[in-house]
Write a protein that binds this ligand. Sequence first.
Ligand SMILES: *Cc1c(COP(=O)(O)O)cnc(C)c1O
Length: 388
Amino acid sequence: MISSPTNPQKIPFNIPYLTGHEEAYVLQALRARAHCGNGAFGTRCINLMKQKYGFGEVFLTPSCSAAMEMGTLLVGIGPGDEVILPSYTFSSTANAVVLQGGTPVFCEVEAGTMNMDVKELKKCITPKTKMIIPIDYAGIPCEIEAINEIAKKHNLVVMVDAAQSFHSFYKGKPCGTLSDLAAFSFHESKNITCGEGGALIVNRPEWIERAKFLQEKGTDRKLVLDGVKSKYHWVDKGSSYLLADILAAMLLAQIEKAQEIVEKREKVTNIYRKITTLFEKKGYIQTPVHSKDIAVNHHAFFVIFDKPENRTTFIAKLKGKNVAAYIGYEPLHSSPMGQTYGYKAEDLPKTETLASCLVRLPFYTELTDNGLDYCAAQVEETIASLYG
Ligand SMILES: *Cc1c(COP(=O)(O)O)cnc(C)c1O
């Protein structure tokens, strides 16, 4: 087993977790002398994910970014089509639209979750709208029932950017099962990781066959692998949206332990809650909120300060104590690329204000075992110094 690199008095923002089974699986995959995508370990990952979570169909991809590109390709997004997404997200959500020639339309977010504000979503819909891509920030599921309802009324596709919400549950149902499409990330910054990796979940049965072609460079190779055909052909457009089997081997070790990983991470949330409650009650800061019927995967914990200057001071002071906190996203609408779509910062004032005050605290699975007390004490002391 590879030892932990953690020093209990020096807390990085993230350390990718290892369950202990990765090495054996990766060695087995290496020795199998069959390393490309849709191989033995990939198939085991897919079957386990379907069995544990009830996903429609699973396509393992090189990243969540690639999974979302495959998703917009599958939906047929193109020039003239508008796709609504929250401004508060990673560039990948917007790139999945832009790379197909579609137009991103940015929606406001709400404070408790930093997820898409459903009341604002309705205002973004035009006759050109084709699709909605909400995200599950910090592993907290978006308001998917309300979003699906709006989508149904206007005949829109919903693909959730579920990069952060693997093993989160909305009213008892796993994230990834609740929308037409969903995309997970297994990047090293996420709860479950193989370094770089992702998955596209396709819950519309009539879309599954074509998704197989898009994933395998526009060929029907998957039908040959499935024993349906003996020779494969170029049948559609597509790209190489495949995860190499050595990475799938690492991923399998992690998916098998998803529950244990979430349980370890819950302890980090609990201690952060404990030390922030008093300051929140006094109205100085805000922390994540969700209803009781949501079970989160404890991906992240954020603090929204009352003003940007307090955020800046907080991050700098913590850095001096060897604790790495991190600002969240720069809103996409006011980013250099967002401005080329005609947006100005003032267009989404709520998102701008929240984003300028938000900090993400260090959060990784091993923090529970090493350094959590030190980290929490420094965070508490630093917040207290701002409002003392
Ligand atoms: C991490 C993340 C991505 C990118 O995931 P990759 O697997 O690196 O492509 C996209 N969207 C969100 C919301 C993320 O958190």
